[in-house]
Design a protein around this ligand. Structure first.
Ligand code: NAP
Length: 300
């Protein structure tokens, strides 16, 4: 049995693993997709202390390397749920594998939010994408749009503008939530245009996206496109663990300053936790806090 099983291998989970190992607790990180989590979608991270500029994948690799160097174990498995045992928890995976730990740190982050228009999920991979870093290369020389007004959307638009013929940034307000510096970069590009106060009402094309219908200034217009990058934020994926958690109305897990949930021995860290600021720095900070709280709980 491990001292702590960490579900999720993003900045929160990997930082927790590093802190646990430095306190000589055994730690297993179970990640379903890519170590590094959401940051692997970021082309450049320029606000993580100590790095003037680093790609998200490289930062993820460094966090993984650091945790493993300290002796953390890792598994690539999708967790389906957790069971309470007399002396801890059993973490069950879709593959049938299971791992036992005396404590759990849930660090599952958040998943991309959908626009909620018809056929959106069917067109993912056929013109609709949530990740410019992953899929941008497929749209070289093509016309694309990015929907959203946060840092993800702005960063995606900057990246796509480097290889696409044209990028339209579609945002539902007139001002952006993301950094002014990114907006300024985009305003200086000839192949970028903005549709503000606009919303995507429909996706065109049955098996392959051919365009979208956008509404702005009371008008509906069709925009021919090869790709639509949806970057309208994220939402947590905590439902499978709800019996151990107190979820708020957005589905985020409430916890104390020590990242402890209402279930003794069950901690929560990073973007899946109810909190005001969701950044890589705050995810890493949660990982440290949850790990040290788990150590105190194990040593009680
Ligand atoms: P975000 O900051 O929550 O922005 C989401 C954007 O999508 C907002 O502009 C929002 O509009 C819009 N939106 C939400 N629901 C929508 C809908 N149904 N239809 C149309 N538009 C919708 O999300 P994010 O950009 O993914 O960023 C998440 C966090 O990660 C942020 O704190 C961000 O700063 C951080 N981040 C950091 C980096 C980095 O390099 N360090 C990179 C990417 C992200 P409103 O403004 O109208 O609400």
């Amino acid at each position: 049995m491990y001292d702590v099983i960490i579900i999720g291998g993003g900045p929160a989970g990997l930082t927790a693993a590093t802190y646990l190992r430095r306190a000589e607790k055994s730690a297993l990180v179970v990640e379903k997709n890519a170590f590094g989590g959401q940051i692997t979608w970021s082309p450049r991270v320029e606000n993580f202390p100590g790095f003037v500029s680093i790609s998200g994948t490289e930062l993820g690799d460094k966090l993984l390397e650091q945790a493993m160097e300290q002796g953390a174990e890792v598994e690539l498995e999708e967790v389906s749920g957790v069971e309470k045992l007399e002396d801890g928890f059993r973490v069950n995976c879709l593959s049938g594998a299971s791992f036992d730990g005396r404590a759990v740190i849930l660090a599952t982050g958040a998943k991309p939010r959908l626009l909620g228009v018809e056929n959106e999920e069917n067109l993912v991979g056929s013109g609709v994408s949530f990740c410019a870093v992953c899929d941008g290369a497929f749209y070289k020389g093509k016309r694309v749009a990015v929907c959203g007004g946060g840092n993800s959307a702005l960063q995606d638009a900057v990246l796509l503008s480097e290889s696409c013929e044209h990028v339209t940034v579609i945002h539902r307000r007139d001002s952006f939530r993301g950094e002014a510096k990114l907006v300024e970069t985009l305003r200086g590009k000839d192949n970028v245009s903005f549709l503000l106060g606009a919303s995507v009402k429909a996706l065109l094309g049955k098996d392959e996206l051919t365009g979208i219908v956008v509404e702005h200034d009371g008008l509906r217009e069709e925009l021919a496109l090869d790709g639509l990058f949806v970057a309208v934020g994220h939402e947590p994926d905590n439902a499978a663990f709800a019996e151990f958690l107190a979820l708020d109305k957005g589905g985020y897990a409430a916890s104390g300053e020590d990242c402890l949930t209402p279930t003794p021995g069950f901690f929560v860290a990073g973007d899946c936790r109810a909190k005001a600021v969701r950044q890589i720095t705050t995810a890493a900070a949660d990982g440290a806090v949850a790990a040290l709280a788990a150590c105190r709980w194990l040593d009680r």
